[in-house]
Design a protein around this ligand. Structure first.
Ligand SMILES: [Zn+2]
Length: 157
């Protein structure tokens, strides 16, 4: 436990000292890792709808950094994300139709992670992570976007 990354066994640590936050989009399965050159054992991958930096994403990043030796974070959005411009009014209507209650939270749009633009969302995520009090300043944070069709990856920040 003398230096960072020695709390959990070596097998679980990401070989590339990388943690990725990306979208749960089905088209990224076996695609993003290939395009990023990631193999089994290389990186921690945190996924959610719209690669939003939620409290839970931050929690996983903190574990990746302090327990698993991650030194670099990549937030990876993608083109044609379903969360961009998601019709939250429609989601709420459907919830009600199916007997659920969307009013359990005062701000459903924020809770669901409504966003308007994939690139802006990635940039916002990078700022959030960089400025979060739990994230050390020696961790590198970058924002990328992958073209969901061609797989071309562009660095945004
Ligand atoms: Zn998406």
């Amino acid at each position: 436990m003398s230096s960072k990354g020695e709390i959990i066994g070596a097998e679980a640590r990401p070989k590339k000292k990388l943690a990725v936050v990306t979208c749960m989009d089905t088209r990224l399965v076996n695609f993003l890792n290939e395009k990023m050159g990631l193999e089994r054992g290389d990186a921690k991958v945190i996924k959610n709808a719209g690669n939003i930096i939620t409290e839970d994403a931050l929690r996983s990043l903190v574990v990746a950094i302090y327990c698993l030796g991650a030194e670099k974070i990549a937030i990876v959005g993608h083109t044609d994300c379903g969360m961009a411009g998601a019709d939250t009014a429609e989601i709420k209507k459907e919830m009600i139709r199916r007997g659920a209650n969307p009013y359990f939270t005062t701000d459903f749009d924020a809770w669901i992670g409504k966003m308007d633009d994939e690139e802006e969302n990635v940039k916002r995520g990078v700022e959030l992570v960089k400025n979060h009090p739990a994230i050390p300043k020696d961790v590198e944070v970058e924002g990328l976007i992958i073209d969901i069709v061609t797989g071309e990856i562009t660095k945004l920040v």
